[in-house]
Design a protein around this ligand. Structure first.
Ligand SMILES: Nc1nc2c(c(=O)[nH]1)N[C@H]1C(S)=C(S)[C@@H](COP(=O)(O)O)O[C@H]1N2
Ligand SMILES: [Mo]
Length: 230
């Protein structure tokens, strides 16, 4: 594990590495792998089309799991907000904490039910920073160089969280600790691990996977796995 570590300063802003898995997933996006063509709704069917249940939580990343000591960790909320914040680990834990149980749906077809998350609700974060009227999209950036984009209305979902604990124990580094985003109603690649910055923007800007053939929106019940425009 030690060889996969990197201090945040050396990875901040760095281009994510290209791994074999990354290349394979890009090819799947081009070929439309795993598409069933069925559309269901969460109320009607808890398991989205083309998904299967797993019991153990898989780990997916770009081949780099940054190690961020709590003393070095910061979360910056920037862009089109009334009150930008830069939280230390202590600041983050001082915020109102929420607990929610939600399901994970990964584009590679595994789903994991009943994850008990604890952290700061995105709704509470929005109350604190106050997005400006022009803000329509958010880019999440991570300590490993990963980025992903979501529309503000998706980010503002009532069950979206900035998570630091899972099933009552601290979120492990491999799953994005100290803090990751969880947006349960979208495929899991939208849930940035090791989150570093949340940037509010007046326009959409595609993230790491969205630039590599993944769908811009990512609704599992509509099977929005891959984009049509390549
Ligand atoms: N920072 C970062 N966040 C990330 C990723 C990543 O590579 N880096 N991978 C995404 C993808 S494709 C998935 S499926 C989930 C995997 O999260 P897990 O390893 O906790 O299962 O994290 C998402 N968030
Ligand atoms: Mo994924």
């Amino acid at each position: 594990m030690a060889d996969r570590s990197d201090p945040p300063d050396s990875v901040a802003g760095a281009a994510p590495p290209d791994s074999k898995l990354t290349a394979t997933k890009q090819r799947w996006a081009r070929e439309g792998k795993f598409l069933t063509g069925r559309v269901t709704r969460p109320e009607a069917e808890r398991l989205p089309p083309g998904q299967h249940l797993v019991r153990d939580w898989p780990v997916l990343d770009l081949g780099l799991q940054p190690q961020i000591a709590p003393a070095q960790w910061r979360l910056d909320v920037t862009g089109l907000v009334e009150n930008p914040v830069s939280w230390s680990w202590r600041d983050f834990l001082d915020q109102r904490q929420s607990r929610m149980v939600t399901d994970i749906h990964c584009v590679t077809t595994w789903s994991l039910y009943d994850n008990d998350w604890e952290g700061v609700a995105v709704r509470d974060l929005l109350d604190i920073v106050g997005p400006k009227p022009q803000a329509s999209h958010v880019t999440l950036s991570s300590y490993d160089g990963y980025t992903t984009n979501v529309a503000l209305e998706d980010f503002a979902a009532e069950d979206a969280l900035l998570v630091h604990a899972w099933q009552g124990t601290p979120l492990t580094r491999e799953h994005g600790g100290p803090v990751r985003v969880v947006i349960p109603h979208l495929y899991f690649w939208k849930s940035a691990k090791w989150v570093k910055q949340i940037d509010f923007m007046a326009a959409d800007r595609r993230g790491f996977w969205e630039m590599r053939g993944y769908h811009n929106h990512a609704d599992p019940w509509r099977e929005e796995r891959y984009s049509d425009d390549g």
